[in-house]
Design a protein around this ligand. Structure first.
Ligand code: TXA
Ligand code: MG
Length: 317
């Protein structure tokens, strides 16, 4: 199969209507999209990604009306969050209607929905009369792609098209939120900070541990680059970790290393900028045999820094 690369939304829509897989740009990461109501296409996502069927998929669409077509009415608090943050890096777990195939939710009672904030993809979604199932466009266990060339590196020749929307502006996956017994719960830390959610609905609980199967994708080691990851928090730890075969991904700590071995996540010490660069930084030395370890600085534990630290912990475990 030849994989098309480009910005032709109509071509992307045609492929998707025919049941083919198309990678879509979003503000968080690139997704591997397919018709979310068509079982053979959904199964193709799992096959191409080598993803286990117990790990459910997020559905993407462009309007609240369409979300309501496929889900039961959401609670007042979840409506506030949808009002405030859609389109954006927020995924809501909602009670599903019968039209949603079991393979989307891995048999769970709720379905994950998101309205992504990317102009090309919003136009594409508006032209489809089905929701688009789209996990991150990486093979299972790899870091998520934030650029079209990352996706091609994984799936060239295996999917119909990569819709190129430039680098993802947010750079880490959406925050997954639901409600249990009137309490708002964050199941995955992501591109929308807990602080911003709490500013709208008050205190929430963060439940991202892997022990509960509510969000099976939150397995430890879900993010596992091929290098040894060493997380450091101080100059002393950084100096101790320094090695011939190491490359460095740093935020604040001062350090001298050859330019081709050092990546700074943010020039202006902004967690948002660090998040946007984080996955590309992890990917940068993937195919460099001379780099055996990645020494990565832990972020301040608030805002998007908290979401990055969560991924660091999984990558290093
Ligand atoms: O930012 C994002 O969310 C990206 C872009 C493409 O939208 N997508 C993404 O999908 O990160 P994925 O498949 O890599 O992660 C989806 C995770 C699952 O692993 C699971 O933890 C959770 O979402 N999830 C999905 N459906 C669920 C459900 N019905 N109940 C509980 N958790 C669910
Ligand atoms: Mg993923």
């Amino acid at each position: 199969m030849k994989t098309e690369l480009g910005t032709d939304i109509e071509l992307a829509a045609q492929f998707l209507r025919q049941g083919e897989l198309v990678s879509i740009p979003t503000e968080t990461v690139y997704g591997l999209g397919a018709n979310g109501l068509l079982e053979p296409s959904l199964k193709a996502i799992f096959r191409v990604k080598n993803r286990p069927f117990y790990d459910p998929l997020i559905l993407h669409t462009d309007s609240r009306e369409k979300v309501e077509q496929w889900t039961e009415e959401m609670s007042a608090k979840l409506q506030l969050l949808a009002d405030r943050f859609w389109p954006g890096p927020l995924t809501l777990l909602l009670d599903r209607k019968a039209a949603i195939p079991d393979v989307v939710t891995a048999g769970l009672p709720r379905v994950a929905f998101r309205i992504p904030n990317h102009p090309l993809t919003l136009k594409l979604l508006a032209s489809l009369d089905f929701p688009l199932a789209a996990p991150s466009a990486n093979p299972f266990g790899f870091v998520s792609p934030t650029r079209a060339d990352h996706v091609l590196g994984h799936f060239n020749g295996q999917i119909a098209m990569v819709l190129d929307g430039g680098p993802s502006a947010v750079g880490i996956e959406s925050t997954i939120v639901g409600e249990e017994d009137g309490e708002i719960i964050v199941y995955r830390l992501g591109g929308l900070s807990v602080e911003r959610i709490e500013a709208i609905v008050g205190n929430v609980s963060v439940r991202t541990s892997s022990s509960k199967p509510a969000a099976p994708g939150m397995l430890e080691r879900h993010y596992s680059p091929s290098k040894t990851i060493i997380v450091v928090e101080s100059e002393v730890q950084l100096a101790r970790a320094a090695a011939e075969d190491a490359a460095y991904i740093l935020y604040n700590l001062p350090f001298d290393a050859a330019e081709n071995r050092l990546m700074r996540l943010s020039k202006s010490a902004l967690p948002e900028e660090a998040a946007a660069n984080f996955y590309a930084a992890l990917q940068q030395w993937e195919s460099d045999e001379t780099v055996k370890q990645l020494v990565i600085e832990r972020m301040p534990d608030f805002g998007l820094g908290r979401a990055i630290n969560d991924r660091l912990k999984r990558a290093a475990s």
